[in-house]
Design a protein around this ligand. Structure first.
Ligand SMILES: *Cc1c(COP(=O)(O)O)cnc(C)c1O
Length: 385
């Protein structure tokens, strides 16, 4: 019988041989695979610089630290995301404000964001962490104009969206992670995401100063680079200039991710194909979808549908060997966040979405037979055949 998850990595023989080569090399960590991965990834998303780290959560934490987030300050994000998008502020001793989602594209509601900013004195918020939910690019051009007006930085949480892009008002193609309309962008290489490293993450930027700061923060705040040293006692000499962390990725993980990056575009093509098949097959069903627009290209980390019979559908699919998932329980409804003062009712669009959403299988290596099985199971559930 079928056992089909909502997402899954694909490991090829080539991936395996790349990892073995690294295992046989001189460097298991702090070696050449990391820089090679960074350079190739920066190129892939049209960014100038990239800093690879041990996971997407560390990427977000380092991003807000590099931008100088301080205790007492506040960031803004959306309640429909993985908890890490909000937690990064708490790690830095700062606070989180949420802005409800847009009912159609499920990303942060830009009008509500604008209203929140207008309704508060300047300096209430330090930055915005918009999330390219399910792979749908964030309208960063508008958010960037608001951020400039109110003196805020932007960290794009692009963990769902490597390979996605939108077209700006000049018709220019803006890739998720290019940081053309943001300060920093963060990615995850958890196996359920587009590129699997085992564990891994990336921060991209076009700002040299932030790039240097991120490199320091990744490795204890320590540097050996002669041009950056305050003193120099000899070849052994290093300085700890910031309070940093060990957020490094290993060369083993980087080798796997780099090998996967080689076929990232192929993966997106397959994801687009799956989305198209779902859309065509479900055209007559009583369900709704994340809004699609001509001027953006969805990287489809997830394929979400909304139905009033969500729980029934979830349970039915399990009897068919299909393990769908719910993305996400609104962050503000998590017990920890309730402890910070948030409550049910605070973000009604997100909460209604949560009652109805379900993520169907979406990953490059799903077979046509498996996909057909998912499609016929969903249609059976709604009794349309
Ligand atoms: C996966 C994910 C993260 C965290 O990445 P990890 O590599 O699991 O730490 C952060 N934000 C979003 C939106 C994610 O999907």
């Amino acid at each position: 019988m079928y056992k089909i998850p909502y997402g899954k990595q694909e490991i090829t023989n080539e991936d395996i041989s790349e990892v073995i080569k690294t295992l046989q090399s001189d460097f298991l960590t702090q070696g050449p695979k990391i820089l090679e991965f960074e350079n190739r990834f920066a190129e892939y998303v049209d960014a100038k610089y990239a800093v690879a780290v041990c996971n997407g959560t560390a990427a977000l934490h380092m991003a807000v630290l590099a931008l100088g987030l301080q205790p007492g300050q506040k960031i803004i994000t959306t309640p429909i995301t993985f908890v890490a998008s909000a937690n990064c502020a708490l790690y830095a001793g700062a606070e989180v404000a949420f802005v409800d989602i847009d009912a159609e594209d499920y990303n942060i509601d830009v009008d509500k964001l604008e209203a929140l900013l207008k309704g508060h004195p300047k300096n209430t918020f330090a930055g915005i962490v918009p999330v390219a939910f399910a792979g749908c690019p964030v309208r960063l051009e508008k958010i960037s104009a608001l951020a400039k007006e109110h003196g805020l930085w932007i960290v794009e949480d692009a963990c769902h969206a490597p390979g996605g892009y939108f077209k700006d008002s000049k018709g220019k193609q803006i890739k998720c992670g290019s940081t053309i309309y943001s300060d920093l962008s963060c990615f995850s290489f958890h196996p359920v995401k587009h590129i699997a490293a085992g564990e891994g993450g990336m921060i991209t930027t076009s700002n040299l100063e932030l790039y240097n700061k991120l490199k320091l923060l990744r490795t204890h705040g320590i540097t050996k680079e002669a041009s950056l040293l305050k003193e120099n006692h000899g070849g052994w000499y290093y300085e700890m200039q910031e309070l940093g962390y060990n957020y490094r990725i290993s060369d083993i993980n980087a080798a796997l991710a780099l090998s996967q990056l080689n076929r990232a575009d192929k993966g997106i093509t397959r994801r687009q194909e799956i989305a198209k098949k779902y859309r065509a097959a479900f055209a007559d069903l009583p369900i709704s979808y994340q809004k699609e627009q001509n001027d953006y290209f969805n990287a489809y980390h997830l394929y979400v549908i909304e139905t009033d019979r969500r729980k029934e559908l979830y349970d039915f699919l399990i009897t068919q060997g299909i393990y769908s998932q719910i993305h996400y329980i609104p962050v503000h409804m998590q017990p920890y966040y309730k402890g910070l003062g948030f409550k049910k009712g605070d973000f009604p669009v997100a909460e209604r979405y949560y009652e109805r959403c379900i993520s169907l299988p979406m990953y490059a290596s799903i077979s046509d037979a498996e996909l057909d099985h998912v499609i016929s199971s969903v249609k059976n559930f709604f009794n349309v055949n």
